[in-house]
Design a protein. Structure first.
Ligand SMILES: [Mn+2]
Length: 404
């Protein structure tokens, strides 16, 4: 018996969702999902996990995760948001997976009977706390967790429950299924099916670790090594292929030239509502602040921020970028905007603290931002010389002042 390919698996899962899984009252569903950023890591880790659990069950923990009528890998966003993720388009095209075969959250939720949520078990990949409506519906049903974020200590009976601070969650999935990925000594030719799975799994690990140059751990290096062995079997020049694949993924990820400003702001966006009712939002962008301001013009840019803040009811807004500057190399900037009276003093205090913490430096006039910046009370732009501070560091600091 030959196993289903990943494309066949996904097409069958999609068909079940389209039909609706309402009538199958006797059967259980295994929902496999990544986090709400729906980035490549969440996408690939959940698809690879779901596929191997379904079609290569011999490689999962014995006796676990069996007996499901449907195993459904789900992208944890509504379908309309896929267009904000050009790297997903690229990965899907590369794998010859029709985008319409991806199952999004809105589609999954309308395919099930919400009064029978006990029929749904959940596997969490790339997060360890099931949030929002999914948490309300299925929070009691989490059976497996594999993640690389800070352990929130939930779902202690999940099995496996693997939470480790590695570069990419997909590395943990690859290592969990190491017996599938490890080529046996007499496996001379690797099937195209396995090559496809390896290529899918490799994508987020290369992106998240900048081709094993940042945040990478032994787990990530090990995973890349076994995946590259599969991908390059029968061909020469493995390291060139790895470098080229990484380059193509990053180019795809940065192709946001056709995006509206609103799309740029909501593409990689996180928001926190503090207990005192103060709300702060942070957008991260793969393109520089200067690029964005030049593309739309300062006035339009400023208006776009204002209307985003209004739409999201924000008191404070931060725009962060990280990019390669042709002259200076890897760079970061930070824009901070006051969006309400409540935000005003809090933002000032944050900027005071952030100046030292993140080594902020004002833009100069020759950067093309100095002028507007000084004239505009509500918005401040800085070069951020502390390159290690990503949103993971900026968010806790600004939240600290928002909570006051
Ligand atoms: Mn991740």
């Amino acid at each position: 018996m030959t196993a289903k390919s990943i494309q066949q698996f996904l097409a069958a899962a999609r068909a079940a969702v389209r039909r609706g899984m309402l009538e199958s009252t006797s059967g259980k569903i295994l929902l496999v999902t990544g986090n709400e950023s729906a980035d490549l890591d969440s996408f690939a880790s959940s698809l690879v996990f779901a596929y191997l659990t379904d079609s290569h069950a011999q490689y999962t923990t014995p006796g676990k995760l069996t007996g499901y009528d449907n195993i459904i890998p789900m992208l944890n966003i509504a379908r309309e948001e896929i267009s904000l993720r050009p790297e997903l388009h690229y990965a899907l095209a590369r794998l010859r997976i029709p985008e319409s075969d991806i199952i999004c959250k809105d589609e999954f939720l309308s395919s099930i009977d919400r009064s029978k949520t006990d029929k749904v078990d959940v596997v969490l990949l790339d997060h360890n706390n099931l949030l929002s409506d999914l948490g309300d519906l299925f929070g009691q049903n989490v059976v497996t967790v594999i993640d690389h974020h800070v352990d929130e200590g939930l779902y202690s009976s999940a099995e496996p429950r693997i939470i480790a601070p590695v570069g990419s969650c997909t590395s943990l999935v690859v290592n969990y299924f190491a017996d599938y990925f490890q080529l046996s000594p007499n496996e001379f030719s690797v099937s195209d099916e396995k090559k496809g799975v390896a290529r899918l799994a490799l994508a987020p690990i290369l992106v998240d670790t900048a081709n094993l140059t940042s945040k990478e751990t032994q787990e990530d290096r090990g995973a890349v090594a076994i995946l590259m062995k599969i991908i390059s079997s029968g061909t020469l020049g493995a390291s060139d292929a790895q470098e080229a694949y990484y380059g193509e993924l990053m180019t795809a990820k940065r192709s946001i030239d056709s995006f509206s400003l609103r799309d740029i702001l909501r593409k990689d966006y996180k928001e926190w509502l503090e207990n005192n009712g103060v709300r702060v939002g942070i957008s991260s962008s793969v393109k520089s602040l200067i690029w964005t301001v030049k593309k739309f013009g300062w006035n339009e840019f400023k208006k776009g921020i204002d209307s985003w803040a209004k739409e999201r009811k924000l008191d404070a807004f931060v725009f962060m970028d990280s990019f390669q500057d042709p002259k200076e190399g890897y760079r970061r900037d930070l824009l901070v905007a006051v969006c309400s009276e409540k935000g005003d003093a809090r933002v000032r205090k944050f900027v005071d603290a952030a100046q030292t913490e993140f080594e902020l430096e004002p833009f100069s006039e020759k950067d093309g931002l100095g002028n507007q910046n000084n004239n505009d009370e509500g918005v401040q732009c800085f070069k951020q010389r502390n390159l290690k501070a990503s949103r993971k560091q900026v968010a806790p600091l600004i939240r600290q002042f928002m909570q006051e």
